[in-house]
Design a protein around this ligand. Structure first.
Ligand SMILES: [Fe+2]
Length: 342
């Protein structure tokens, strides 16, 4: 097993040149999978909405467990977000010569790598808290403007992330591991679980590039947000689910997800990085343990609504920022307990 090790050479590489480490983009199996995905990947007839279609987008979100809305970011906001993504991806790549990743090879969670578990110490991510295009959508989904921020990070896959990420949900019922508690909802009567609830937790992933059939689109299985069925493994997942990628969708779009809906990463066999930084929100009636992840000086730049939304994540004192020694990968370095918390 390869360990996390420094890679100072990454600092001088262009963003899109950070991938395909120890992997050959022209290998026969890669060429074959790329051709197959070009022809077969993607949700047929994927609807992409515009920010003014609030009710339609909300209804599709309730139906499918996710919805895509284009033009969530204007060109200046998209350029600003891309700068932040470029900077932070370089910071992460500089720490991982073999591109071990923290979600599989060449695949990373921005939050999982970060000491705070989030990226809300960066202004590019804080911008995602209260966008004029997205706030009305969140207000409609939660049927209230009193939702709260839990932070945000998102993920990226470098070119050469050729494996699928297994389908999963981003939350579960409350579990205790010794003194560590994960999640919050649990019905002591055993009658309900988190999948019975109205949507408690929304993730807004922002597309920083045009997402297509071969560059690592998220696959989403429509209508699974309330499913009580076991989530398939990579071995048992049917082919149609593997091809249920949310594409094509243009850069600047937001993919709003009910995080319970089954989803997973797909191969990035292209020659550019696919990054989807995010902001994450809880319904007004829902809470899970939330680390403080937003410094006061960033919080002070927010709108009044943004400040209210972020009141549980603002840190009055200095935050330890930066990246985990093992990038949250669990390989080679310490902080095993911290990784579980992230
Ligand atoms: Fe996920």
């Amino acid at each position: 097993m390869l360990d996390i090790a420094d890679d100072q050479a990454a600092a001088d590489l262009a963003l899109d040149d950070l991938g395909w480490v120890d992997r050959n983009p022209d290998a026969e199996d890669v060429l074959e999978l790329r051709r197959y995905l070009e022809t077969n990947n993607g949700i047929r007839g994927l609807e992409v909405f515009t920010p003014d279609q609030v009710e339609q987008a909300r209804d599709v979100f309730y139906r499918d467990g996710f919805v895509v809305v284009q033009d969530a970011l204007n060109s200046d906001q998209l350029a600003f977000l891309r700068e932040g993504v470029d900077r932070e991806i370089h910071e992460i790549a500089k720490r991982d010569r073999h591109r071990v990743g923290n979600r599989g090879s060449h695949r990373y969670s921005f939050g999982g790598a970060s000491l705070t578990g989030h990226q809300m110490h960066n202004p590019e991510w804080a911008m995602l808290i209260d966008l004029p295009t997205v706030t009305p959508l969140l207000t409609a989904i939660f049927d209230s403007a009193d939702y709260i921020s839990r932070g945000g990070g998102g993920d990226f896959c470098l070119p050469g992330a050729k494996e699928y990420q297994a389908l999963h949900s981003d939350m579960g019922d409350r579990k205790e591991f010794g003194r560590l508690t994960m999640g919050s909802f649990r019905d002591p009567r055993g009658l309900l679980n988190y999948r019975d609830l109205p949507c408690p937790y929304v993730c807004c992933n922002f597309l920083t590039v045009d997402v297509n059939e071969i560059n690592g689109a998220t696959r989403q299985i429509a209508g699974t947000q309330h499913s009580q069925e076991p989530i398939p493994t990579l071995e048992t997942e049917p082919e149609w689910m593997k091809l249920s990628a949310v594409c094509p969708a243009p850069a600047g779009s937001v993919m709003i997800r009910d995080v319970r809906a089954w989803h997973g990463g797909t191969p990035n066999l292209s020659d550019h990085v696919r990054a989807i930084p995010n902001s994450e929100f809880y319904a007004p009636w829902f809470r899970e343990p939330m680390p403080k992840s937003m410094p006061k000086h960033i919080y002070d730049t927010l709108s009044e609504h943004g400040k209210k939304v972020c009141r549980f994540i603002v840190a009055e004192n200095d935050l330890a920022k930066g990246y985990r020694e093992d990038l949250g990968s669990g390989y080679g370095k310490k902080n095993k307990l911290d990784q579980k918390i992230a």
